[in-house]
Design a protein around this ligand. Structure first.
Ligand code: NAP
Length: 286
């Protein structure tokens, strides 16, 4: 694609942002669609966020993703925020409106996309490991899928209490309990879906897993184990789960689908999901 004076800009802001896989995935999609757009990474330091956001509007940027550390800090700088992003407390996708920037969180759509085709989850029980930023999208996603119970385990009692309180105050009214890590032994035998939202198993802890083989032995034979980590493939957790005969999902599809959902918001057309997935697989296999 030739870049001309008419080429439109999309991008991602974060700090650091040079490692982001979004430019790889989105530029492959834009080329496939023949769209006259380019997607670039903008490093923005936290103190500069307030000037960067109106600056991007003035420069005519069509939309952008937000990654660490700005996913929460951007909220007061937006003209409109979707109810899901408000409940999660984080925005990862922004687009232009006449009033200014509008934002939502496509991590929820990304998380639920590979689950939707597996079974009907209404009435099921989800067990979520960790209570950080990604866990918030996971909890909202489990709510959308109709889980009857969403059980979150974490290691820090104070953060866990704040996590629970934030959902009680939200408009989503989810069937959520937040418990200490030692509750795992009681919760695993009834878990239909087990989601790892901790970074355990990702570089530099690729040889670690949030669950032991003994933990996994407690899970029902039909349980699905979902690790949000997308590299390495498989993680230690998913290798152990597969060995135990459990169904597994890794984080690559969530990454692809949150990107596809963002692209559809920006371009108002279906995203070439297979091209986006292949671009990431090729890039990660380099
Ligand atoms: P985060 O906000 O830092 O949250 C991490 C959570 O894991 C926190 O609750 C943290 O507990 C907990 N944790 C960390 N180390 C632990 C350990 N050794 N034992 C038990 N708990 C531990 O990070 P995040 O943004 O949620 O990201 C989490 C993971 O999800 C990362 O691996 C990220 O790559 C992945 N992710 C994937 C996608 C995707 O599209 N596939 C999207 C988002 C995130 P403390 O608060 O006590 O430290």
């Amino acid at each position: 694609m030739m870049l001309t004076g008419k080429t439109q800009l999309l991008g991602v802001i974060g700090n650091p942002v040079t490692h982001s896989l979004s430019p790889v995935m989105h530029n492959a999609a834009l080329a496939e669609l023949g769209a006259d757009y380019v997607y670039v990474a903008f490093p923005v330091a936290a103190p500069e966020l307030e000037i960067a956001i109106p600056g991007l509007l003035v420069l005519g940027i069509q939309g952008f993703n937000i990654t660490i550390p700005h996913k929460q800090a951007i909220l007061p700088l937006l003209a409109d925020i979707s109810p899901a992003a408000q409940a999660i407390g984080a925005v990862n996708t922004v687009w232009r409106t006449e009033q200014g920037w509008a934002g939502t969180n496509t991590d929820v759509a990304g998380f639920i996309a590979p689950l939707k085709s597996l079974r009907d989850w209404s009435g099921a029980t989800a067990l979520v490991l960790g209570n950080g930023g990604a866990a918030r999208a996971v909890v909202a996603g489990c709510g959308q899928l109709g889980f009857a119970q969403i059980q979150v385990v974490g290691r820090n009692a104070q953060k866990l209490a704040e996590f629970q309180a934030s959902w009680l105050a939200s408009s989503l009214h989810l069937p959520l309990v937040s418990l200490g890590w030692d509750a795992l032994l009681t919760l695993l035998p009834t878990a239909d879906l087990i989601v790892n939202t901790t970074p355990l198993g990702m570089h530099p802890t690729v040889d670690r897993s949030p669950l032991t083989a003994a933990h996994l032995a407690l899970a029902p034979a039909e349980a699905v184990v979902y690790d949000l980590i997308y590299t390495p493939r498989p993680t230690q957790l998913l290798a152990q789960a597969a060995q135990r005969g459990l169904a597994t999902l890794d984080g690559l599809e969530m990454l692809v689908q949150q990107g596809a959902a963002a692209l559809e918001i920006w371009l108002h057309q279906a995203a070439p999901v297979a091209t986006m997935r292949q671009a990431l697989v090729d890039w990660l296999a380099r």
